[in-house]
Design a protein around this ligand. Sequence first.
Ligand code: SAM
Length: 274
Amino acid sequence: MDYLQEIDVAAPGFCEFYDELPLWSAPFGLLLLDRVPMKPGLTFLDVGAGTGFLSIELAERCGAFSRVIAVDPWKPAVERLRRKVRQRQLQNIVVLEQKAEDIDIPEASVDVIVSNLGINNFEDPVLVLQTCRRVAKPGAHLLLTTNLVGHMVEFYESFRSVLIEEGHLDRVDTLEAHVNHRATIASVTKLLKGAGFGVVEVATDSFRLRFADGSSLLRHYFIRLGFLPGWKSVAGSLPTGMFEALERKLNHVASERGELALTIPMACFVARKE
Ligand SMILES: C[S@@+](CC[C@H](N)C(=O)[O-])C[C@H]1O[C@@H](n2cnc3c(N)ncnc32)[C@H](O)[C@@H]1O
């Protein structure tokens, strides 16, 4: 009985992987895991697996007779996922370091395709979805999550006010384009339909990212990683004074509201190959 052997929390590597997924990815992943088909013997493809928490979760929850193919071109993430797979001694995960559109697996060989926060990161989502259709079995499921337009609406209200107050009216259209580049239920449904997947369910939810004030928001590690580059592109060549004004505005809003809470609307699309 292999499972009767207890997990050794003092073992090398245990703590390296104990906190093994980004907090940002977790609420989206939960939405997906609540809906994904769960039975032994399925073949999954995790598109844009990143460091792979979803691949591991599926491989373990669906058991040794299931198989998970994780694909991502991000080398260090793929290497970390391979280390996690070794540490857990999982035999049913294959990790591929490549773009999903270049994947070389047989046609009609996958039962379930998942992608947590992938679609908003792919350079060519249409090509990725066409590849998904090619490798999906007839009637295969595809589940993907994304954040939606409305993302951080409270932040963008302040950003817009600052651009107007500081006289940078020419940047307001750039800001609107940035806000509206995010997915909507209609845009993703259309994308999926165009690739030959019919949407059978759209589950929506939201959570809040809360900060004490604007200064802490703008210095938060994941904010700087995931969102600051987009905000800088809206600001364009504007002086750093614009970000100083934004920080002051956000701090003012936080002092009035008692905190700075940003809403993150999210959706999980459940589709089937038509
Ligand atoms: C926001 S991360 C999500 C990672 C992971 N699914 C999670 O939820 O933590 C998006 C991932 O998509 C990957 N990606 C970008 N372009 C891709 C492509 N063409 N094919 C496969 N993965 C891609 C990135 O390398 C990155 O790991």
